[in-house]
Design a protein around this ligand. Structure first.
Ligand code: IPM
Ligand code: MN
Length: 366
């Protein structure tokens, strides 16, 4: 059965980085004898321009008919004056809601060759390997009522969570922790927010189903501090929608660049894969963007949707090898280092992928 992938390149650097992810996916498909089909659709600012709406009906239909969606980025400062519901970002939120995935997995790894590149002391960040599980369909992002009062001088949003929303995402966190170092840090603000008190209670209950996993509750402000001072002390971080959004960008600083981070959104009708970074309009169209977040998202697609674990791991090794060999896009380069374009980074990873495969073969004496 061919695997149908709906491609939504979106705005800014989205088209450039998704092109490199597709390059790698095509390479893998060819080697594995697996059929992947791609169809490309508009979303975000480009869709507002072409179709008058951020999430055109045809795009949504194509996504719902696909096995997985691979998205680049949405957002364009030209829409900055608009209310949230009329902005490109609203299209992404509507898509997330329609696809139904509630668990957003955001791994952040500090690769050894980049440890010197982060803002932190290399020995503090080296070895950091954490997984943020962000609840993606609830909380402040979607809570009603929301809006401006008639005066325009007062605005309000609603933070709301129900037991089942917390339970289902907590289960994903504990299950993933089992496959990793067996530790979950549940992030909340239970000293101030009722929602966080519910969150803490429900997570503690779910924890009883996973006695082999260690659970700690950490206030979000403390977690932010600890991410900067002792990132290796975290394994899985379970977060609500807003805290997960914020802490995943902070986790990117531990990895070295926001351009490195991938994500997978699971649990709904169709899985959604997208890099954590935004549309970066300031560098769009210049070949300056880092495609690793998008390529690593494609690896997650192979792992979770296509069940091609070997190929997913090979891509991840290829990324690590390319970085170890000195491949650097602009966001990763120290002064004086050679800077690769988005395409050149994609090519470098494609080349190391071939090496990774060769090495695997020789290990097995083939
Ligand atoms: C992210 C982004 C989105 C979010 C924006 C673009 C709506 O920041 O995926 O982290 O806030 O979820
Ligand atoms: Mn974000």
């Amino acid at each position: 059965m061919p695997l149908k992938i709906a491609l939504l390149p979106g705005d800014g650097i989205g088209p450039e980085v998704t092109a490199e992810a597709v390059r790698i996916l095509k390479n893998v498909a060819e080697h594995a004898g697996k059929s992947l089909t791609f169809s490309t659709h508009n979303i975000g600012g480009v869709a507002i321009d072409s179709d008058g709406q951020g999430l055109p009906e045809s795009t949504l239909e194509a996504c719902l008919g696909a096995n997985a969606v691979l998205l680049g980025a949405v957002g364009n400062p030209k829409f900055d004056g608009r209310v949230p519901s009329q902005r490109p970002e609203a299209a992404l939120l509507a898509l997330r809601q329609a696809l139904g995935g509630y668990a957003n997995l955001r791994p952040a790894i500090c690769y050894a060759p980049l440890a010197k590149r982060t803002a932190f002391q290399p020995d503090k960040v080296k070895g950091a390997d954490l997984l943020i599980i962000r609840e993606l369909l609830g909380g402040l992002y979607f809570g009603e009522p929301r809006g401006f009062e008639a005066s325009g001088d007062t605005a309000f949003n609603t933070l709301i969570y129900s037991r089942h929303e917390v339970e289902r995402v907590a289960r994903v966190a504990f299950a993933r922790a089992r496959e990793r170092k067996g530790r979950v840090a549940s992030i909340d603000k239970a000293n101030v927010l009722e929602c966080s008190q519910l969150w803490r209670r429900v997570v503690s209950e779910v924890a009883k189903e996973y006695p082999d996993v260690a659970l700690e509750h950490v206030f979000v402000d403390t977690a932010a501090m600890r991410l900067a001072t002792a990132p290796t002390s975290f394994d899985v971080m379970l977060c609500d929608n807003l805290f997960g959004d914020i802490l995943s960008d902070q986790a990117a600083s531990v990895a070295g660049s926001l351009g490195l981070l991938p994500s997978a959104t699971l649990g709904g009708k169709v899985d959604l894969y997208e890099p954590v970074h935004g549309s970066a309009p300031d560098i769009a169209g210049q070949g300056l963007a880092n495609p690793i977040g998008a390529i690593a998202s494609a690896a997650m697609l192979l792992r979770f949707t296509a069940k091609m674990e070997k190929e997913a791991a090979e891509i991840e090794h290829a990324i690590e090898d390319a970085l170890a060999a000195g491949a650097r896009t602009r966001d990763l380069a120290n002064p004086g280092e050679r800077v690769l374009s988005t395409q050149e980074m994609g090519q470098a990873i494609e080349e190391s992928l071939a090496d990774v495969r060769d090495r695997r073969h020789s290990y097995h004496g083939v």
